[in-house]
Design a protein around this ligand. Sequence first.
Ligand SMILES: NC(=O)c1ccc[n+]([C@@H]2O[C@H](COP(=O)([O-])OP(=O)(O)OC[C@H]3O[C@@H](n4cnc5c(N)ncnc54)[C@H](O)[C@@H]3O)[C@@H](O)[C@H]2O)c1
Length: 272
Amino acid sequence: MTDSLFDLSGRVAVVTGGMGQLGAELCVALAAREMRVAILDVETEPRAGAAGLRTGLDEGTIQAHACDVTDRGAVEAALALVEVDWGVPELLVNAAGLDSPPDAPAAEVGPFEDVPLDALERVVHVNVLGVVVPCQVIGGAMARAGRGSIVNVGSIYGMLSPDQSLYDFRREAGETFFKPVAYSVSKSSLVNLTRYLATYWGRSGVRVNTLTPHGIENGQPEAFVDAFAERSPLGRLMDASEAVGAVVFLASDASSYVTGANIVVDGGWSAW
Ligand SMILES: NC(=O)c1ccc[n+]([C@@H]2O[C@H](COP(=O)([O-])OP(=O)(O)OC[C@H]3O[C@@H](n4cnc5c(N)ncnc54)[C@H](O)[C@@H]3O)[C@@H](O)[C@H]2O)c1
């Protein structure tokens, strides 16, 4: 049986950061549910191993638009192309984001007191303005159309402080490593951006929610995987596919009375 409550067929989705690990997983899952999916990403090619995304791009159920999501003109131009082909999107998933990579410069992952402000600014710029701008442009179009759903991808580190002891293995290896504050402050701001927009567009038919995932499995060092598992009620990292259910729910009519919420998909991390 097709469940009309969760039926997304024929609807249009925009996924920012769709070339990334989580974004690609969501694009493929939404296309499999017969959505037409447009990716806005600075990257235009799928990473190695993203076979489902490659197929979707080749078959045209998924489009890729080269776009820096902090650039309003670029987002407007991408939306105009999507609208010509498919019309005003029904779903916007803001998954583009920056974290400090494992090989980030020492100062960026050093003690809080010494974190260079330009490093902080770079992450906040993408993680906050890179959500605000697509909301302005695409959310604005949705509001004018009188319907839509926006999912802002946050992080558990936007709700809770990082447990710095998770990274003891790096300090034991001689590094001075702290999970940087930039990621936390930028992701926490999304929780309230979501609430702001949920009320701002409440009467316009546009719902806005946060999705808060935590710890997606991505070939991390064994010491990290073990430390994470010890602290996780479910005893493991998350598979990227485990975010799909929440996004399908938030995209569909099943969540018609859900706005301003934060759907936490953290394996119970925040439960103790
Ligand atoms: N991986 C995790 O464990 C995890 C956990 C919690 C939350 N998240 C969040 O999920 C989202 C996706 O994470 P991911 O692990 O797939 O990361 P990722 O690095 O694999 O993907 C991020 C994508 O965003 C794109 N991007 C970066 N800056 C951009 C810009 N200015 N304009 C357009 N595109 C840009 C990148 O090119 C990349 O394709 C992020 O917001 C991240 O903070 C990830």
